[in-house]
Design a protein around this ligand. Structure first.
Ligand SMILES: Nc1nc2c(ncn2[C@@H]2O[C@H](COP(=O)(O)OP(=O)(O)OP(=O)(O)O)[C@@H](O)[C@H]2O)c(=O)[nH]1
Length: 864
């Protein structure tokens, strides 16, 4: 039999030594101090629970007080359950009786939780059995039974051990009930905080559940839980797992609990729910200006861009989200989605269509003449002769300058001549929609007769509906046969008046100035017949005859005023450029403040260089001019893009037949129009079934940033013929990964493109840029030739590298280096920042300011 020290037992019971000693004393067990030893039976005596029946009687007594907390059930459950010490603790309402609870469950920390958790599970009706727990104290003690619930040392300790406030502070109060005799429940008037019908119903249920019992449980008035514990046992049961979870939630709060997240999700899903509405008919019309991108159209229709792209692919168009669609395509596409397209583009040409003036405002205007004819028949000579004749006649001493057109005066009447002879220029203008020529002078050399270009000129003039005056030239020549000319022209439908026709023939000599005035008179006569008139009293309108970028003055253009009067200070728009007339002058260099109909004037004040043939229109204000110019630019860009990658429905079948279609887009730049055209033509012939080749843009001049941008947008490669990219363009090409190829022989380009087309499957040859050197001096070395004294601008120059000699970005020479020297020593390479002497193989025409470009061919692709 073991013996126990007092202090050990006190510790076990969770009470002070003193308290235990006094308890022992009250039980008649005498101990001297906490070190005294207790026999087992003494220990049992002090820890033994008091007899249950006593409790009931005590409870009965308490019923007489206002509120009674005893539960009769406890009495029933007590003997069977391990946790029963709890009710016993409270039952006597005596401090001494509190001891057994901790004794029965001496486990640390978690034990009370377990008790609390399990006790209701086993004896659900015993709502307050966990009373020894700290939680019970604050809940019950203050309002109802401070005496009964007075915390003791034991209680305080337990209170400290309860780790889940959520359990004791929230759940138990909800479930707490006070038990009062059934009779009293019936008699009891409605409490101040009357239980809700719900709670009343709950009480009723419980009442039923406790049939035959003397006491009924009703929810505590003040703390009546919102959720009535009507559900009976299950709802009141705490699962350990739940408690643990709760503990976690309370003590380790995460950013969001699962429950909250769920609620949020629910809220979000509720918020996202949108009503599907059908737009009103008016909203189903999409207004566009000429073009609209795929992405924008999708946005406006409220559909996914991918859906549109899919539809476009079905229509045979391989496009991206930024692809511009023209009105027709957009209409077709939109109709699939139940939308309509309305083109609201400002038709500028329509707006600026010359409004016919009332006859009373019209005044006679000078005729505008173009001279045409076969090569060497004397066009230029005739133009000069006319001008000279005129100069001699009136304005001696004037320095004439070429501005593309000039006017002459004869007997007080003016005639305007366009200074660019030949039907090519005439047709180019016409192709651009410009109608500037009133009368054509067809020059035919009397000693040569009608030649191929004579015929062409006749055809072009006829096609334009412009009357022809024939100048039979070189009449001074002994071998001149004017009659033969008349004969030949008759075959072309030009019958002279002498022979009964209506074509004026004048026999002239440009060289000898014979019959020049007569020719001019005939022009005036023809003009009279034509009754050429215009209204000079309105804003000017005309055509760009010639344009250039002047180093000192910026963009300069010759405008042929066709209607109205152009004045200094006028705002205008010409093609994609706008501006304000800063100054005007004629071909004789006279400063003008105004220019009337049929007057050719050189205008300064453009924002950019317009194209010959562009319509020139004056506008009331600058804003409008700029607006129109930028609109035109945008339109030009879009139509160019739309034009090139558009695939018609007819081609769709072809595509399907071909299987996967591969396109090779090319931009061609050259030093002269001839080579550009030749290359373009050769490339077009390269198109095969497997790869379609599109020359999307071609023009004369160095490769610019705009070209690179176009190449980027259209995934094109750039071909340069005897031209080089501007440094900025070269950088951009490198940045954007644009393939830029430069050639000086058309054959090479065609060969390369063949490879490139094959290169869609395999890589092709590539030029590797090494460095650039600027020629700063040119030395003449005997027996060797000219050597360029250079400064290396960037990269490096290698002895055996390929080189190009550039002058204003135009390739002058391409070949090999013959020598590379530094201070009379042959060197293998020279790096940037150093000076050196470079000799070119078989080439001496080197000038200061030229640039020598060194490069290597890195890789050569397999042939077709
Ligand atoms: N004898 C004689 N020779 C003339 C006459 N008109 C022009 N020529 C000569 O013919 C040659 C060609 O004259 P151009 O005025 O250059 O002829 P073009 O039609 O302008 O020639 P392209 O500009 O090459 O188309 C020159 O050598 C002129 O001197 C003329 O009336 N009489």
């Amino acid at each position: 039999m073991s013996k126990t020290h007092v202090y050990e037992l006190a510790k076990k019971m969770g009470i002070d030594n003193k308290e235990l000693i006094s308890r022992l004393k009250s039980l008649g067990i005498e101990v001297k101090s906490h070190m005294s030893v207790l026999e087992e039976e003494e220990v049992n005596k002090v820890t033994a629970p008091p007899a249950p029946p006593k409790e009931v009687s005590q409870e009965e007594v308490r019923v007489t007080t206002t509120i009674i907390r005893r539960r009769p059930k406890v009495v029933e459950a007590a003997p069977a359950e391990a946790v029963t010490p709890a009710p016993e603790v409270e039952a006597p309402a005596a401090p001494a009786a509190m001891a057994p609870a901790p004794v029965a469950e001496p486990e640390p920390a978690e034990a009370p939780a377990a008790i609390v958790a399990e006790a209701p599970a086993r004896a659900p009706e015993a709502e307050t059995p966990p009373s020894p727990s700290a939680a019970a104290a604050p809940v019950t003690a203050p309002a109802e039974e401070p005496v009964v619930e007075r915390p003791t040392a034991t209680k305080a300790r337990i209170l400290g051990r309860v780790e889940i406030p959520g359990i004791t502070q929230t759940k138990p109060p909800e479930k707490r009930e006070v038990f009062i005799p059934k009779k009293r429940v019936e008699e009891r008037p409605a409490p101040a905080a009357a239980p809700s019908p719900e709670t009343a119903a709950a009480a009723e249920e419980r009442k039923k559940a406790r049939k035959g019992k003397e006491f009924v449980a009703v929810p505590e008035p003040e703390r009546a839980p919102k959720k009535a514990p009507a559900g009976g046992k299950k709802k009141e049961v705490f699962k350990k797992a739940e408690l643990l979870e709760k503990r976690e939630r309370i003590f380790e709060p995460g950013p969001r609990s699962g429950k909250n997240r769920k609620r949020e999700r629910e809220q979000v899903s509720v918020g996202k729910k949108t009503e599907i509405t059908t737009p009103k008919a008016i909203k189903r019309i999409i207004k566009i200006t000429e073009t609209i991108t795929v992405g924008e159209l999708a946005k406006r229709m409220g559909v996914k861009a991918n859906d549109l792209i899919r539809s476009l692919i079905k229509m045979g168009m391989m496009v991206t989200i930024n692809h511009p669609l023209d009105v027709d395509t957009a209409t077709l596409l939109a109709s699939d989605f139940g939308y309509e397209i309305e083109n609201v583009a400002i038709d500028l040409d329509e707006i600026f269509e010359a409004v016919p003036d009332a006859p009373e405002f019209l005044q006679k205007r000078p005729p505008v003449v173009t001279i045409m004819g076969h090569v060497d028949h004397g066009k230029t000579s005739l133009l000069d002769a006319i001008r000279e004749t005129n100069v001699i006649a009136g304005e001696a001493g004037g320095i004439t300058q070429h501005i593309g057109a000039y006017d002459v005066e004869l007997k007080g009447r003016k005639i305007t001549f366009l200074d660019t002879p030949g039907h090519e220029a005439f047709t180019a203008m016409r192709a651009r929609g410009a109608k500037v020529t009133d009368i054509v002078i067809l020059v035919v050399a009397a000693d040569d007769g009608v030649m191929p270009q004579t015929r062409e000129a006749v055809n072009h003039s006829k096609a334009a509906g412009v009357p022809i005056i024939v100048a039979v030239n070189k009449i001074d020549k002994p071998e001149a046969k004017p009659e033969r000319v008349k004969q030949e022209l008759m075959e072309l439908g030009l019958v002279s008046e002498e022979w009964g026709g209506d074509t004026i023939f004048v026999e002239v000599s440009a060289k000898k100035h014979i019959n020049i005035s007569e020719l001019l008179e005939m022009v005036l006569l023809q003009a009279d017949v034509m009754d050429l008139k215009a209204n000079a009293d309105k804003a000017a309108r005309g055509t760009i005859v010639e344009a250039k970028l002047d180093r000192g003055r910026g963009p300069v253009a010759t405008v042929l005023v066709q209607d109205g009067t152009l004045k200094v200070g006028d705002f205008f728009v010409a093609g994609v450029h706008s501006g304000r007339v800063r100054a005007m002058q004629n071909d004789r260099g006279d400063k003008l403040v105004s220019a009337g109909p049929s007057m050719p004037v050189e205008v300064i004040g453009f924002t950019g260089v317009p194209d010959a043939g562009d319509v020139f229109i004056c506008l009331p204000d600058e804003k409008k001019a700029k607006e129109i110019a930028s609109h035109r630019q945008q339109k030009l860009r879009e139509t160019e893009l739309a034009k090139h990658s558009k695939l018609s429905l007819e081609q769709l079948y072809e595509k399907i037949q071909k299987g996967e279609v591969k396109d090779l887009n090319v931009i061609v730049k050259g030093d002269v129009q001839g080579s550009v055209e030749a290359v373009t033509e050769s490339l077009r012939k390269l198109s095969t079934d497997a790869v379609r080749l599109n020359v999307i843009h071609s023009s004369v001049g160095a490769i610019t940033e705009t070209d690179v941008n176009l190449a980027t947008a259209s995934n094109a490669i750039i071909l340069g013929f005897n031209v080089r990219p501007e440094p900025k363009a070269a950088n951009l090409a490198e940045k954007e990964g644009v393939d830029l190829r430069l050639y000086n022989i058309i054959y090479d380009a065609v060969e390369d493109i063949k490879k490139a087309m094959e290169g869609l499957l395999e890589p092709t040859l590539r030029e590797k840029h090494l460095g650039r050197a600027e020629v700063r001096e040119v030395f003449s070395v005997p027996k060797v030739g000219n050597v360029a004294g250079c400064y290396i601008l960037d990269g490096k120059v290698l002895r055996n590298a390929h080189v190009r000699l550039l002058r204003d970005n135009i390739v002058i020479y391409e070949g090999k280096m013959s020598s590379l020297r530094r201070f009379k020593d042959d060197v293998r390479e020279v790096a940037a920042g150093y000076e050196c002497g470079i000799g070119l193989e078989n080439y001496n025409d080197i000038k200061v300011g030229d640039v020598i470009e060194a490069f290597e061919i890195e890789k050569i692709a397999s042939t077709l």
